[in-house]
Design a protein. Structure first.
Length: 275
C-alpha cells in the first residue's frame, strides 16, 4: 500500500511539474488561437465586403477570400505551435520541401490555376459569350478556376484548360454589340452585273434586321474560273448574325433565277477530235 501511495505521489509531482512548465504556454496558445480566429473572421468579412463594393467577379472574389483565409489560418497555426514550444525551423523546412515537390508534380495544374485567375481578373470573355478558342467554338457556360466549359451549337460540352486558354489566341464573337456579315455570290459570265448588284442591295435594304448605318456594301470581288464573284457586306446586331446570314442565302438562291441571273457551278468542256 505504501508503494502505491508513493507511486501516485510521483505521478502527481510529474503532473504538477508539467503544468508548471507548459500550463502558461498552453493557456497563452489557447488565447492566441481564439483571438486569432476571431481576427481572421473579421478580416474575412472585411475583404468580402470590399470585393462586393468593387463589383469584382463573384467567382474570383470567393476564391480570393478562401485563399486569404487559408493563408492566415496557416500562419496562425505556426504561431500557436511556436508558443507551445514546437521547433518550427525543421517543420518549415519540411513544409517547404513538400511544397516544392507538390509544385513540381502539379505544374500543369498550377498553370491552369494561374490561367483561371488571369481570366477572372482581365475578363477576355464572360459567361454567355460565344467564343472560338483552341479549335473549338461555343457559348461559355462556366468559368471555373482550372477549366472553362463551352457548350457547342450542337449541344456538346467542351472543357478547355485555363492555362492554355489564357496563353493562346481566342476570338470573342459577343464582345461587340454589332457584327458584319459577309457573303460571296457568283453569277455566270455574260450575266448583267449591275442587275445583280442592284438586286443584292434591294435584298439588304428590305431585311429589317440589317442595319442601314453603316450602309450595306456590294462590290465585284474577283473573276473566278467559272463565275463572277460579288461580295456583300452588311452590319447587324450580334444576336441576329446567323438569322440574317441564312435568310440572305435562301433569298438569293430562290430569286436570282427569276431575274435571269445564273448561279454557276464548276464545269469542264471536253472537246473530242476525230483523227
Amino acid at each position: 500500500m505504501d508503494r502505491l501511495v508513493n507511486k501516485s505521489g510521483e505521478w502527481m509531482d510529474i503532473a504538477l511539474e508539467y503544468i508548471r512548465l507548459y500550463g502558461m504556454k498552453l493557456l497563452l496558445a489557447a488565447v492566441v488561437l481564439i483571438i486569432g480566429l476571431w481576427v481572421i473572421n473579421w478580416i474575412k468579412r472585411l475583404v468580402r465586403n470590399s470585393f462586393g463594393k468593387s463589383q469584382l467577379d463573384a467567382s474570383l472574389s470567393h476564391f480570393l477570400v478562401s485563399l486569404i483565409t487559408i493563408g492566415l489560418k496557416v500562419l496562425l497555426a505556426i504561431q500557436v505551435l511556436g508558443i507551445i514550444g514546437v521547433a518550427m525551423t525543421s517543420f518549415i523546412a519540411i513544409l517547404g520541401a513538400a511544397g516544392l515537390a507538390i509544385g513540381l508534380a502539379l505544374s500543369g495544374t498550377l498553370q491552369n490555376f494561374a490561367g483561371g485567375v488571369m481570366i477572372l481578373i482581365f475578363k477576355p470573355f464572360k459567361v454567355g459569350d460565344f467564343i472560338e478558342a483552341q479549335g473549338h467554338t461555343g457559348t461559355v457556360k462556366e468559368i471555373q478556376i482550372f477549366v472553362t466549359i463551352l457548350n457547342t451549337p450542337d449541344n456538346k460540352r467542351i472543357l478547355l484548360t485555363n492555362g492554355a486558354l489564357a496563353n493562346s489566341n481566342m476570338t470573342n464573337f459577343s464582345s461587340e454589340p454589332k457584327r458584319r456579315v459577309d457573303w460571296t455570290f457568283g453569277i455566270g459570265y455574260g450575266d448583267h452585273y449591275d442587275k445583280a448588284r442592284d438586286l443584292l442591295l434591294k435584298f439588304a435594304g428590305e431585311d429589317e434586321k440589317i442595319l442601314q448605318d453603316p450602309a450595306p456594301f456590294v462590290g465585284l470581288s474577283n473573276l473566278g474560273d467559272s463565275s463572277v464573284n460579288i461580295v456583300v457586306r452588311a452590319w447587324v446586331n450580334a444576336p441576329d448574325y446567323w438569322e440574317v446570314f441564312f435568310r440572305m442565302n435562301e433569298r438569293v438562291y430562290k430569286e436570282f433565277g427569276e431575274h435571269d441571273l445564273n448561279i454557276p457551278f464548276p464545269q469542264m468542256d471536253v472537246h473530242v477530235h476525230n483523227a
